[in-house]
Design a protein. Sequence first.
Length: 451
Amino acid sequence: MRAAPTILHLDMDAFFAAAEQASKPSLRGKPVIVGGLGPRGVVATASYEARRFGVHSAMPMGQARRLAPNAAYLVPRFAFYRSISEQVMELLRRLSPLVEPLSLDEAFVDLEAGGVADDSASARAAGERLRADILATTGLSGSVGLAGSKMIAKIASEEAKPNGLVLIEPGTERELLGPRSVRILPGVGPATGEHLRRAGMSTVADLVEAGEDELVRLLGRAHGTSLHRMAQGYDDRPVVAERETKSVSVEDTFDVDLHDRVRIRMEVERLAERCVARLRASGHSGRTIVLKVRRYDFSTLTRSETLRGPTDDPGVVREAAGRLLEAVDTTGGVRLLGVGVSGLADYTQEDLFAQAEAEVSERPAEEAVPPEAEEAASPVAESAERVWAPGRDVRHAAHGAGWVQGSGVGRVTVRFEEPWSGPGRVRTFAVDDPELEPSEPLPLVRRDEAA
């Protein structure tokens, strides 16, 4: 624990939805929900306007539509979000060499290691400068928590939402935590929270009063001891600059269960290609191929195969995933498939046997790696995969930049506007209009303005 609040936690506000509102002037101040739009889709992020209707992350999309039928429902644009995240992380790295990203929109920063703060006043000043820099660079807001430990800094940033800064002075942790629900502590999810409630412990103060021995009896040695320390406000975890990537994976949930074995094999091969594209984009290769299958009854099976050395060869991953599929019973239907690669390395050891097999394969060379797999890291290719999905960027030869509001029965409706314009006009075109094309996202802030 530190004597000064020099650990900073940044959490961007409703990140995906806020990015969509910033890029689409007509959606500002309105409920926006980002996520999978199919019958089995889930909410990735809801804007604060949508949260007033009870919509929240991880909610089934069907339930969200019932709660907020008039909200804007958009597919995620992950390449776009990643580009904004990179700008934010660069601002954090200017503060300190110790930056620990937790996700695209969340990170810890050790201000003391960067020499920018050694007391409450300098920590607050650094936090306010960061918030101003993020707004100027990306046009988005972030909430900042400052404290003497990671746990309390994260709690502080949650209290700061939206678009605020909260500093919690070291030494006040126990007083702060005491009346709060046990769910505020890391590692206390719904099941553990209910278990503690049945034992008569609903608040953090209850955990402290119960004592370490009782928590160990209820939760086991490791969890019980850790929880008792956190309940007293103790958290000595350092900010770790490099969080090692342990795996790369992709998965799809299908609107209708798949029964045809050939179709299932084709989907596994397609997922393998996407996984390799993501693997290469991250600069890694891997040794262990993982197949995930969720069946019609929600039972989930995972199978893996470890190669003799790391690879990023799409043929090797595709064939390994196919072999794993042969060992899985898909009778009754499949609702989700996933392919992943773990045991990552920063180099590639070619699988010579697989390479030789590829050279003599009867499959035509142009079929070995589909063009869409080669372009998977491109935002334009991401748009082209689901050409007129709601929220995707487009450009029309006559009307300029816009985004898809919806499509159906051979027509696509587009709103033409830019992040720095006012709400734009709506036009409808045939889905095969040669003047309408998928497009790269526009930056949220004009470069001359950011400068």
